[in-house]
Design a protein around this ligand. Structure first.
Ligand SMILES: Nc1ncnc2c1ncn2[C@@H]1O[C@H](COP(=O)(O)OP(=O)(O)OP(=O)(O)O)[C@@H](O)[C@H]1O
Ligand SMILES: [Mg+2]
Length: 464
């Protein structure tokens, strides 16, 4: 191990000093590589007139962990996608999103988006998964030891050092737990050392202990100077306390934005204080989720039947319907002192033009939108050429000899080429279908149907 590599190993920050050096050498714009994201009056409209998000403002700062919470369908994923610039074509986004005071397209390596699903190869170990991903994502001129170092550091960042040699696991092989898989997905995105991290429900499907470990890993990443924004569903009180800031949505409207301890005061001042011994996040979601109306009705009938006192039910605000409560809370927040402070902060952030964040790595994923359909189709077709040629040669050799067709090298080569051309047509056809039909099963059905139709044309072709 070289001195340089050893020095990096002992660096205080888990962010590889090595990569810092590269960033400084390759991109001349910054010493400071922090991401300050602010959004103002963000409105998202789908299908022409259906408003999914309405007038949302907020900001995310380095070193802090922001939670976007709200009932199902409140617009958490839409807000996250809007901020990450990943909204679908049907959605129109209005408003201002600034990164370090500039209107910027979030480039590869600057920001990472961890979606809800884990797309991992079950047979690989944690280390192998990260190593292969690093080989694909990091610059080509990195040496093997540098890549290995970054992979090990990243595994440590998400606290998976004890499971480094454990296979991911699949339907027939037991492997990592759900929470560990989530952390592997996060680690893959961390390889490029993004300064801004978006995560859509990183704890969904996990028990509270696994969820705690995942969010704790996120908190560590935030404390390391990254800006972390994640949407989350009903966290336990321990998990909730790990967050710094809270953005509470209901029906696409902003109910609250600010530090999580401020939420307690805000709800208390609005007449719906969090009862003692109740998880604050449960209380906030319950207050703004209309699905709980029926639960409250049941509680009322129970308290009447058994003469039970429930402070919440006797609260004048709590006796209102959820829709009314949300309307009051949204109005209260919009006219609150907290909102004024936030607006001022956003304004000052937008005036303060910060550093341009560097783009890192050489490759990225198709889903992240970093390369187009054409590049993927051409790359995939070219890489499959040798295999298709091999398949044509092997099949022809067997069939040609078995059937005892005309001898002669020229005819044999013609057969191989004809088979190879047919395979290429099918391969290209399936690539074209895949780019037009995103659904896997529907794509197979469409491709197969076209091939059947094409085979009907064979008799005509053979006679012309
Ligand atoms: N492209 C779209 N076309 C039509 N409706 C959409 C589109 N995108 C979002 N919506 C609607 O916007 C609302 C918010 O969706 P979103 O996925 O952001 O909710 P969410 O808070 O993430 O919910 P969940 O907690 O269930 O994931 C939903 O009612 C959804 O149907
Ligand atoms: Mg969602």
């Amino acid at each position: 191990m070289t001195m340089e590599v050893r020095a990096t190993m002992h660096a205080l920050s888990p962010i590889s000093t090595n990569l810092h050096e590269r960033i400084k050498n390759d991109v001349k714009v910054e010493d400071e590589i922090y991401a300050r994201l602010s959004w103002r009056n963000l409105t998202v409209v789908v299908n022409g007139n259906q408003s999914v998000l309405h007038d949302i403002s907020g900001f995310a700062e380095p070193g802090r962990l922001l939670a976007i919470m709200g009932p199902s369908g409140s617009g958490k994923s839409t807000l996250l996608e809007g901020l990450a610039g990943r909204l679908s074509n049907q959605a129109q986004c209005h408003g201002e999103i600034l990164l370090n005071g500039r209107k910027e397209q979030l480039s590869y390596g600057t920001a990472a988006y961890v979606s809800q699903d884990d797309v991992l190869l079950g047979t690989l170990t944690v280390y192998e998964t990260l190593y292969y991903s690093a080989k694909l994502r990091l610059p080509d001129n990195m040496t093997r030891s540098e890549t290995e170092l970054i992979v090990k550091k990243t595994i440590e960042d998400v606290g998976l050092q004890d499971s480094m040699s454990t296979p991911i696991g699949n339907w027939h092989q037991r492997g990592l737990s759900g929470g560990e898989k989530r952390r592997v997905s996060i680690a893959i995105e961390l390889l490029t050392r993004p300064r801004l991290l978006f995560l859509d429900e990183p704890t969904s499907g996990l028990d509270s202990a696994s969820a705690y470990h995942v969010v704790q890993a996120l908190q560590n990443l935030a404390r390391d100077g990254r800006t972390v924004i994640c949407s989350i569903h009903q966290p336990s009180s321990e998990v909730f306390e790990l967050f710094d800031d809270l953005c509470l949505l209901s029906g696409g409207k902003q109910v609250f934005y600010g530090p999580i301890f401020g939420a307690q005061e805000f709800f208390a001042s609005a007449g719906v204080p969090c009862p003692a011994l109740r998880n604050p996040s449960d209380h906030y979601l319950r207050t703004i989720n209309s699905d709980f109306d029926r639960v409250t009705e049941n509680l009322k009938s129970w308290s009447k039947r058994f003469d039970v006192e429930d402070g919440c039910l006797h609260n004048p605000m709590a006796r209102k319907s959820t829709a009314e409560q949300v309307r009051i809370l949204v109005h209260l927040f919009a006219t609150s002192e907290e909102k004024r402070v936030i607006d001022n902060t956003i304004l000052s952030m937008s005036k303060m033009e910060g550093k341009v964040l560097p783009t890192r790595g050489s490759q990225a994923s198709f889903i992240s939108g970093h390369y187009g359909v054409a590049a993927f189709s051409i790359g995939n077709t070219l890489s499959s050429l040798p295999f298709l040629l091999l398949i044509s040669l092997a099949s022809t050799t067997i069939v040609y000899l078995m059937v005892d067709l005309h001898s002669g090298m020229e005819r044999f080569a013609y057969f191989v080429l004809a088979l190879f051309a047919s395979l290429m047509v099918v391969e290209s056809l399936m690539m074209a279908v895949a780019s037009l039909v995103p659904n896997f099963l529907l794509g197979i059905v469409t491709g197969a149907s076209i091939q059947v139709l094409l085979s009907f044309l064979t008799p005509f072709l053979s006679y012309t």
